[in-house]
Ligand binder design. Structure first.
Ligand code: FES
Ligand code: FE2
Length: 416
């Protein structure tokens, strides 16, 4: 067993069996949270920051976060994307205070230092003082000052940024097992339909577990199961990359009779036989993808989830806000060439997810009731043995393999 140091110098041991236990300390310890900011979010990963379609024009910008560091993504006059830390080089204020918009320059509200679309300092008020008094020394050179710039990469219209100088190309980061699933959804230009935000009082990794856990979906979510959107008796499985950090969970329909039979005999609370929808058009679907799936939940380490549930498409961005809270930003999108019927389906089915969604409001609550119960006894741990103790791909939906995959890579990148 390996002993590691947390950021505050205390020793930390992962319990055994390492592949199937997670100590509750990792969800509450501020020192571990700080270490994550350095080793994960500023480490050798590609962090999701935007969709290319959110910044179509020169001057467009989006303010977001990598881990808990505020950043801005911009498109310059040449059409190139940039990302920089949203912290003024003068005295540290947030430079950009809107979530999105279009500007030629970004001006800090505090003392009006101004920056171009690459984050380069271009203007400083009172540089020479007033009437020969005050101002900066003669050797002050604004051209040597810029906001901290990040590396940017785009894959099929999805924008990623990295603090790390040494990070593999985005194609390799996704790897050959994930690329085809990524491309299945991001197969042509998209258009943003809108946003949903959800604030959750729980550690961000509880949500990373949730989207890698096909087991909970048919048990926690009554709507899912009752209306046949997702049942564990469906066909499907889990496909991870070699490291275990990314996971694609896919579910497809078997015959309605076979699926219902499996549920009716198990008497689950979530399968409610008598329920019907007042508006059945909510769940109408038509063939759309070559590989037809009712649900595809694609988790890209560390904080991106790409969802397709029937026809609703969204990215979910997990934004950590401290050890015990995170924000979840849903960006709903459609394809630029969608016909009106498909567009209406996507908008209506967006009601399935988000803070009040028929099938996903319970996820935030589930993460919160874990957080509430683990504030003490931090060396106690969770039990992750559904489907065995390995983190390998499986062709069923009754396993915790991808949750183990996440922790396998987490231990590696955190050096735990
Ligand atoms: S802190 Fe930004 S200009 Fe002073
Ligand atoms: Fe869920």
């Amino acid at each position: 067993m390996k002993t590691s140091q947390t950021a505050n110098g205390e020793s930390f041991r992962w319990p055994q069996p390492e592949t199937a236990r997670v100590p509750y300390q990792v969800f509450v310890d501020p020192a571990i949270y700080t270490r994550e900011q350095e080793q994960i979010f500023r480490g050798p990963v590609w962090n999701y920051v935007a969709l290319d379609a959110e910044l179509p024009n020169p001057g467009d910008f989006k303010a977001t976060f990598i881990g808990d560091t505020p950043i801005v993504v911009t498109r310059d006059r040449e059409g190139e994307l940039h990302a920089f830390v949203n912290r003024c080089a003068h005295r540290g204020a947030l430079v950009c205070r809107e979530m999105r918009g279009n500007r030629n320059t970004h001006v800090c509200a505090y003392h009006q230092w101004s920056y171009d679309l690459r984050g380069q300092l271009i203007g400083v008020p009172f540089r020479r003082g007033i009437e020969g008094k005050g101002g900066y020394p003669a050797d002050f050179d604004p051209t040597t000052i810029s906001l901290s710039q990040l590396r940017v990469a785009t894959y099929n219209g999805v924008v990623f940024a990295s603090f790390a100088q040494e990070v593999e190309p985005i194609e390799d980061y996704l790897g050959p097992t994930q690329q085809p699933w990524f491309t299945r959804v991001f197969n042509r230009p998209v258009r943003v339909l809108g946003y949903g935000r959800q604030f959750i009082r729980a550690n961000w990794k509880l949500y990373a577990e949730n989207t890698r856990d096909p087991y909970h979906a048919s048990l926690l979510h009554l709507f899912h199961t009752t209306f046949g959107i997702y049942r564990s008796s469906q066909g499907g499985g889990v496909i991870m990359d070699d490291t275990g950090r990314h996971s694609m969970i896919r579910a497809f329909k078997r015959t309605e009779i076979a699926e219902r039979a499996a549920y009716e005999t198990t008497a689950l609370r979530t399968y409610q036989k008598g329920y019907t929808l007042a508006d059945p058009s909510l769940l109408q679907s038509r063939k759309e993808f070559e590989v037809e799936l009712t649900n595809s939940i694609h988790s890209i380490f560390p904080c991106l989830v790409i969802q397709q549930i029937f026809h609703t498409l969204a990215t979910r961005h997990i934004l950590p806000k401290g050890p015990d809270s995170f924000e979840l930003l849903f960006t709903f999108f459609c394809y630029a060439d969608d016909d009106e019927d498909m567009l209406q389906k996507r908008i209506k089915q967006a009601n399935l997810v988000g803070p009040a969604g028929y099938i996903s409001m319970e996820d935030g609550y589930a993460a919160e009731i874990v957080q509430q119960a683990i504030v003490r006894d931090q060396d106690a741990c969770s039990f992750l043995e559904l489907g065995g103790v390995e983190a390998s791909n499986v062709e069923d939906l009754v396993n915790e393999a991808a949750v183990r995959g996440f922790w396998q890579y987490y231990r590696h990148i955190m050096d735990f």
